[in-house]
Design a protein around this ligand. Structure first.
Ligand code: BDP
Length: 328
């Protein structure tokens, strides 16, 4: 072989190796998250991206886009289903209208507390919710803590359902939440998360409902300082991936993905507990007028039409609702 040929062979070999490297290096995934820097979910999603790349030796890479920069949550859910985005952390709240099985968690007062949520999700009910998500193109890899949501507003403490009468309350996009506010005599106003602060400030709505960390991180407490501990919803959140992308992965890559997701969820749940306390302390110091609701039975009783309507529209979900209610 003359030296020119040798050089040519080396060049071809290098090109082949480089080409091979490109073919195994999958495309970088895009990840959606609604929360701001420092929020438990944001830190946990960044950790997930880091673990993914580490555990797969750089084969699976994820670029995270935080603070809802890639769009509202309902839009992002569609994007992950269609494959425009690959990965996201979603509340099951806005997923409910698309995945009936996932909507049962949005029935007010269905969960007793957060530990009850984990017991439900780790059992048969969790499998049914996962199957419902998968049917609609979303594979849930792990569950994040979404805390419990309570009412807050700019006008007065809420102690009984009568206090909600006439209040204009922002809810996430889900008919169950609109039904919940109507059943209490309020006026529901479905709206994107990013619009709530301005709407509270200008009086477009009187109130909203959320957990301590979101009430604090959004600054809503500055413009709606009455926080009443109704804890009417405890909504878990999913760390999920587009089903086609997931199904094309090797069994080993799927395993890596799930491991990274589980580790990220454990971190999120730990950070969540810390942040819930820190946020509560911060808003209290910021002048929030807080009240507990020792007896919630009137609120619970008022939800009967919400349950009745949901079960009339989704008779096949009765066993799932019962399963959750009967899970100790
Ligand atoms: C937060 C959830 C987030 C929702 C938001 C809302 O983590 O996914 O978008 O509430 O109320 O608690 O829209």
């Amino acid at each position: 072989m003359n030296s020119l040929k040798k050089v040519a062979c080396v060049v071809v070999a290098i090109a082949m190796i480089a080409g091979f490297a490109v073919s195994v290096q999958a495309k970088e995934w895009k990840g959606w998250n609604i929360h701001v820097a420092g929020y438990p979910n944001t830190i946990a999603m960044d950790k997930f991206a880091e673990l993914l790349s580490q555990k797969s030796g750089g084969k699976m890479t994820l670029k995270m886009y935080h603070a809802g920069t890639l769009g509202s949550q309902p839009d992002a859910i569609e994007q992950v289903r269609l494959g425009g985005l690959e990965i996201a952390n979603f509340s099951l709240g806005p997923i409910g209208p698309i995945v009936p099985e996932a909507n049962v968690v949005s029935l007010p007062f269905i969960f007793k507390n957060t530990d009850h949520v984990w017991r439900v999700l780790e059992g048969k009910a969790g499998d049914m919710i996962n199957a419902g998500l998968a049917k609609k193109g979303l594979i849930s890899l792990a569950w994040y803590d979404g805390g419990s949501r309570s009412f807050y507003n700019s006008k007065k403490p809420i102690k009984t359902p009568a206090d909600v009468v006439g209040l204009k309350v922002r809810v996430m996009n889900n008919d169950l939440y609109s039904g919940m506010i109507s059943a209490l005599g309020g006026n529901p106003s479905p709206m994107a998360f990013s619009e709530v602060y301005q709407s509270l400030k200008t009086g477009v709505v009187d109130g909203a409902e959320n957990n301590w960390p979101s009430y604090e991180s959004t600054g809503h407490y500055e413009v709606a300082p009455f926080y009443s501990l109704s804890q009417h919803l405890i909504i878990p959140e999913t760390l999920c991936i587009n089903a086609d992308v997931y199904n094309k992965l090797s069994a080993n890559d799927q395993k890596i993905l799930k491991e990274a997701a589980q580790e990220s969820a454990l971190l999120q749940r730990k950070l969540w507990k810390e942040r819930a306390k820190a946020s509560e302390t911060k808003v209290m110091a910021g002048g929030v007028k807080f009240n507990t609701i020792p007896d919630k039975s009137a609120f619970q009783a008022a939800m009967k039409p919400v349950y009745d309507k949901f079960l009339a529209q989704n008779p096949s979900l009765k066993p799932l609702v019962k399963l959750i209610q009967n899970t100790p």
